[in-house]
Design a protein around this ligand. Sequence first.
Ligand code: FEO
Length: 400
Amino acid sequence: MPAVEIKPGVYWVGVNDRTTDLFEGLWPITKEGISYNSYLIDDQKKAIIDLTKSFKADEFFNQINEVTDISKIDYIVMNHMEPDHSGLIRTFRKINPQSTILCSDKTKEMLASFFDIKENIQVVNDEETISLGKMTLKFFSTPFLHWPETIMTYETTHRILFSCDAFGSYGAIRGAIFDDECEDFDFYQQEALRYYVNIVAIYSQRVLSAIEKLADVPLDVIAPSHGLIWRKKIPTIVNLYKKWAEFATGKTEPGITLIYGSMYGNTEMMMNAVAQGISRAGVHLEIFDAARTHVSYILSSLWTKAGVMIGAPTYEVSLFPPVTEVLNMAVHKRILNKKVAVFGSYGWSGGAQRHLQKIIEPLRWEMMDNFEFMGSPTREELKKGEEFGTKFAELIKKAD
Ligand code: FEO
């Protein structure tokens, strides 16, 4: 894409990535893609804010050259050192060795360890300002959004917050770069939530602190490093972020995440009965086959919903491994304070539910109900499963 002027003298110069399958080597983006947004400020002094992954260097540098010669850029603002924002730094510095990197003291250390870059680095402190001429950059320390070294940069004249990972999303730019020109808002909102839960959610307390810290900063534009640029829906994305961060404090929204796995269809048969029971109670339900759905997509539902229903057979005297993997990631991401119920089939000895209790122990989930059945469920057992679903759904409704 060509450079896009977002305010006079301020340009988006990002690149779309539609060929990487796993973001951070872990989270699937094959269908969605992602953008690495970089921003160029063309003033008396010229600054580029964040770079991109080491990827599509020609496209990236050509965009910059549409606006100004790379060798004339004075500052590289490095909000966040993760290589999806910094991957082209060595190439950039080869073209323009005189440019000064503006960053936090922690970024300075990391630049040495990641890229062996030690020269022309200027550490900026919280709320420090640097004039570019007509425009001024102000830096805010926002640790752990997403790494400990992270800062955000605010341009005071046009009131633009360059927020880096915060308020960003998976999803390549589909032509429209601004929220108010985008017809796919629901897609970006869902992908912003998935990005939040996959990448940022473990630091939710830091998110709430940053939102509070920046509450009085006037904003005309939020320009994140991934996804849409926000200018009409700033309150929407900020409030969503606040809501998502508050889920870490025990808040939830109504609904049940049903995670199941099935070897020969017996637990799946019961899952359908349980789902019927839940739906009958009028509670929103999201169903995931753990063996066929990447945990990245399941986490968004787990993070937000009040209830978790787990259906899994016993496998070698323990929980069916694909369901175990999802729960292990829930432990890793500290998805706390849920109400949970569990069901599943066993062949000759149980063991799944004992194993499950052990896995979820650190999560402080409240076990509301459970049952197991041998082999294929009977008509009576399916009836029981339906009632089991309705009873759990009613409990979730009461908890709202
Ligand atoms: Fe977009 Fe923390 O990387």
